[in-house]
Design a binder for this molecule. Structure first.
Ligand SMILES: [Zn+2]
Length: 456
């Protein structure tokens, strides 16, 4: 492998000399900037990518797990670089890691889009190896899956289309071919590249709270929808991200994909949001396509974009509703819940549930909402004195407003639950010390034996 790479590098370097090559040493003086091979505008072929991602996996098995989402129409492997601290399946606190999905290179001639996907992987590898705390923290708490080059056949001949002359970013099964689209394919997912990408999302990324798909065209970030001019259901989340990025990181315009552009249907962005429920961005890295032989450091071209990516990745914890029950007070006939939402997405369909020991939902509230970074206090009525013992209170809610969003069902920590009103009335101990309640107490014991005891 190393030998093949050496030969390839010699080849690439000799070609580069002809096209205006800047010395490798010069690029390397940029501390930890993973700009190669892009700083020198060496065209990243699928073969070079294959060598690089295999080297990453060989050199850093602690954090790089290389896999494939499938193959292109011409049989080229669609590499997925999975980055995380693989010494631990969970976060240090035992909770599941955050999930992030990134792809690049839908359009084979949008070189800087592919480059940003490549850099997003390489930045975390290089910085983790250098002991950068930000990278270490992210990889401990997050799995980042990056399909760098979705259209290797088109990439290698520098064309927008795949080998069948299909626009892959119009080929997804979300309102496919319902806009005025050029070359969307013969049917949704007619192409192996888009089908593989969607299969990968459905198999491994269902719980992702961020999906960024990287392109080149106009310097802009686009959130859904491309199909409709209306703001998406989770507009609060997208607007908050826009405002935070523009206040702190970059003036890059951020807007919904339809407005100011043109309707676009069957895109991976609309599929990612409308079908998968992810917060999704199309990152259009630059308004220029790749110019062979030009001299501009990639750091100047993509440094700011990488800062935006780091912001999105560092804060992925916030890109959903994140409900946190502050208190739950249960009496014979009311249950009052006070919930905070630490996330930047709203949820509109939460329910409070009492789940019996056998797993049956014994009682469920009506739907209620909790706005992004806000709180809700709500009182429900019910016959809470009738609930069986041994069960638990749960909160069930969608992570975002969009109906395709995944759901969370979490046990409410008993330390915030106060059900002493109910307990004091029906506890056997209470009956023993209260003569008036002795008969009730006896029947309670009888009920207990039938596991239908009158308290919990
Ligand atoms: Zn594109």
């Amino acid at each position: 492998m190393q030998r093949i790479k050496a030969i390839l590098l010699v080849l690439i370097f000799s070609i580069s000399t002809l096209t205006g090559f800047v010395s490798a040493q010069e690029a390397e003086t940029e501390e930890n900037w993973p700009g190669e091979p892009f700083d020198n505008h060496i065209h990243l072929t699928w073969a070079t990518l294959t060598l690089d991602v295999n080297d990453w996996a060989d050199e850093y098995p602690e954090i790089v797990d290389l896999t494939s989402a499938g193959v292109s129409e011409l049989g080229k492997t669609l590499w997925v670089v999975r980055l995380s601290d693989w010494s631990n399946d969970t976060k240090p606190d035992g909770s599941p890691k955050e999930m992030i999905y990134i792809d690049g290179g839908h359009h084979g001639n949008e070189y800087l889009g592919t480059a940003l996907a490549y850099l997003s992987a390489k930045w975390y590898i290089t910085e983790w190896a250098a002991g950068n705390q930000e990278a270490i923290d992210v990889l401990q708490n997050t799995e980042i899956h990056i399909l760098i080059m979705l259209n290797p056949d088109g990439n290698d001949i520098d064309t927008r289309w795949n080998i069948n002359q299909v626009d892959l970013n119009r080929n997804y099964d979300h309102y496919w071919n319902t806009c005025d689209s050029t070359q969307p394919g013969s049917s949704a997912f007619s192409e192996s590249e888009t089908e593989a990408n969607a299969d990968y999302m459905n198999e491994y990324m269902v719980d992702a709270d961020l999906y960024v798909t990287m392109h080149t065209g106009v310097w802009i970030m686009l959130y859904p929808w491309g199909k409709w001019p209306e703001q998406p259901a989770d507009w609060e989340l997208f607007h908050q991200i826009r405002d935070d990025v523009q206040a702190n990181i970059s003036q890059i315009p951020i807007q919904n994909a339809n407005q100011g552009l043109y309707p676009n249907c069957g895109t991976s962005r609309d599929y990612g949001y409308g079908v998968m429920g992810f917060p999704t961005f199309t990152f259009e890295t630059d308004d220029e396509q790749f110019v062979p032989g030009s001299f501009e450091s990639l750091k100047e071209r993509l440094g700011e974009e990488m800062d935006v990516m780091r912001f999105l990745i560092n804060n992925v914890w916030y890109w959903r509703a994140r409900l946190d029950v502050q208190s739950l007070e249960v009496s014979e006939d009311t249950a009052e819940i006070y919930v905070q939402n630490h996330g930047h997405a709203s949820t509109s369909n939460a329910t409070l549930q009492y789940v019996a020991e056998n797993g049956e939902i014994e009682w469920s509230s009506g739907l209620f909402g909790v706005n992004a970074t806000n709180s809700t206090k709500i009182t429900f009525e019910g016959d809470f004195g009738d609930l069986t013992t041994g069960g638990e209170w749960r909160l069930n809610y969608a992570k975002r407003v969009i109906p395709s969003s995944t759901w969370v069902n979490e046990t409410i920590n008993s330390s915030v639950i106060d059900s002493s009103d109910v307990e004091s009335k029906s506890m056997p101990g209470y009956a023993l010390f209260n003569p008036i309640a002795i008969i009730t107490g006896i029947s309670l014991v009888a009920l207990w034996k039938r596991e239908e005891i009158d308290y919990f």
